[in-house]
Design a protein around this ligand. Structure first.
Ligand code: NAP
Length: 466
């Protein structure tokens, strides 16, 4: 967003960042094997210089380095205030300004407020009882403790989602025993990752058309995966068959194989793209436990069958608090309306960006903008363009734009109706939806659908507040 603001000629902005560095999720997740499951040629901004990529799927250090380079190249650091946690923001009706408050007691006045606080950065330990009683080391996957050497240790990994499947293969060869506690299995399809040959890398650098071709091919392939996000489609059947073949090729023990096979429709949870997870799970020193965790005790993890598995280290790969969209912060809009009250029945927005009652307030990666099938950067780019139009329209009218309540209601009724037969609505729990089954995180269609929906900001959808 900062890059697009600068490119559009807007220099009067500040980016408030609670941590001490840039990079967001790529800064937080330094666990062994952290990588992006979207191929590297696609996983970058279309409107920025394309970086050199060492491999088909980039690892975290490469992505983080590219982010740092981008920030420096565009001289964005002068706009960024690190270590500045926003605790609340209040819209002043009379002044037509936001006042943003920080944990350090700073107050910042702004015409517009854009949030970019992510969906996957508030680690949750899922209230597993006894966590604090454990005498060994423990941490969350997104807060990896690199000071502890896992060599020769007995390690428990709680969870088997996208994060766990990336670090399990990395730590399995060095630990003495690795016990993976899996509540629900995931569909895993092959990644087919490899490093690019030096000649290929040079070719992509020298011939931007070739890189663009590769990027486009990956994008359109992913758009085709959208079929797997609808229940009962041929694409869903194809993906299911691919995942089954991948499992059967690697896991020969029938009992382990069935434990690793999901019991819900594909796409309901995020499809895992990984080459190395199943090979790790068949190692002699790796044990898969599917009994329910009763709790953590000083020396290990006890399951519902009464077994205590003694371990030295527990790694919680238990995911993130994804459903509040930070509404717990004190965000107050027009007439004293609190965001948390506006969202009493669950977070919702218009196109994931605007909320009625909150003028000149835009969210990036807000409600219902996550994807199961394509790169989130493609969605963010749509949002940058839409937000820029909103800011420009506000400037032109010397006013603030407040989304009309009826526009928000109609949009969300259609969205939820469309999502009702999506794979996300299938018979599984996931971070995409509430316990009651309302899908608050995922978009209903393809990226192309979202591009069309967000291409033009219609000022008529908004009330112009003077
Ligand atoms: P997650 O997908 O929410 O997985 C959490 C895991 O913890 C699940 O396996 C869950 O089981 C398990 N769990 C939670 N409570 C448990 C309990 N009490 N007992 C046993 N198991 C428990 O979190 P994540 O793996 O960190 O991934 C989150 C998202 O981050 C991904 O879906 C993806 O969007 C993103 N991500 C992306 C990449 C990438 O390559 N781009 C890599 C990593 C993460 P259940 O399945 O039963 O809930």
């Amino acid at each position: 967003m900062g890059m697009r603001l600068v490119q559009s000629g807007e220099h009067s902005f500040v980016i408030l960042e609670k941590s001490d560095g840039v990079g967001g999720t790529w800064r937080d997740n330094t666990y062994p094997g952290a990588s992006c499951d979207i191929r590297s040629h696609l996983y970058w901004f279309s409107f920025d210089a394309q970086p050199d990529r060492s491999r088909v799927y980039a690892f975290q250090p490469e992505i983080q380095a590219n982010i740092e380079r981008l920030v420096d190249r565009l001289d964005l650091r002068k706009h960024i205030e690190l270590g500045t946690e926003v605790t609340g923001a209040r819209w002043d009706d009379a002044a037509g300004r936001w006042t943003i408050e920080t944990a350090g007691g700073e107050r910042i006045r702004a015409r517009s407020l854009i949030t970019a606080w992510g969906q996957l950065n508030r680690p949750t330990f899922r209230d597993i009882p006894g966590r604090a009683d454990f005498r060994g080391d423990y941490w969350h996957s997104a807060r990896w403790n690199h000071d502890v050497d896992l060599t020769g240790k007995r390690v428990a990994c709680i969870g088997s989602g996208a994060s766990a499947v990336q670090f399990i293969p990395e730590i399995a060869p060095i630990v003495s025993e690795l016990t993976v506690f899996q509540r629900h299995a995931n569909y895993v399809v092959p990644r087919m990752d490899r490093p690019y040959e030096p000649g290929e890398r040079q070719e992509f650098l020298d011939q931007p058309d070739k890189l663009q071709e590769s990027r486009d091919a990956i994008y359109w392939e992913h758009e085709g995966w959208m079929g797997a996000m609808k229940q009962g489609t041929p694409v869903a059947a194809e993906f299911t068959a691919q995942a089954r073949a991948h499992l059967e090729e690697t896991v020969k023990d029938p009992e382990l194989r069935e434990k690793l096979w999901p019991d819900y429709p594909i796409g309901c949870k995020r499809i895992i793209i990984a080459d190395t997870f199943y090979p790790a799970m068949i190692r002699d020193n790796v044990h898969l436990v599917t009994d329910k965790i009763e709790g953590v005790e000083p020396t290990g993890v006890r399951t519902s069958d009464g077994t205590l598995r003694e371990v030295d280290v527990i790694i919680y790969a238990t995911g993130f608090e994804t459903l509040s969209f930070n509404a717990s912060l004190d965000i107050t809009g027009r007439n004293g309306l609190a965001l948390r009250d506006a969202w009493r029945e669950g977070p919702q927005a218009y196109l994931g960006m605007s909320v009625s009652g909150f003028p000149n307030f835009y969210m990036l990666y807000g409600p219902n903008t996550n994807l199961g099938h394509n790169s989130i950067i493609a969605m963010l780019e749509c949002q940058y363009g839409y937000v820029l139009q909103g800011l420009q329209a506000g400037d032109e009218q010397n006013a603030a734009l407040d989304l009309r309540a009826d526009v928000q209601q109609r949009f969300n009724a259609e969205l939820q109706a469309e999502l009702a037969d999506s794979s996300f609505a299938g018979s599984c729990n996931s971070w995409y939806k509430t316990a009651g089954g309302k899908i608050t995180n995922n978009w209903m269609g393809s990226v192309e659908d979202y591009k069309k929906a967000t291409a033009r900001l219609h000022v008529d959808d908004y009330e112009v507040v003077s």
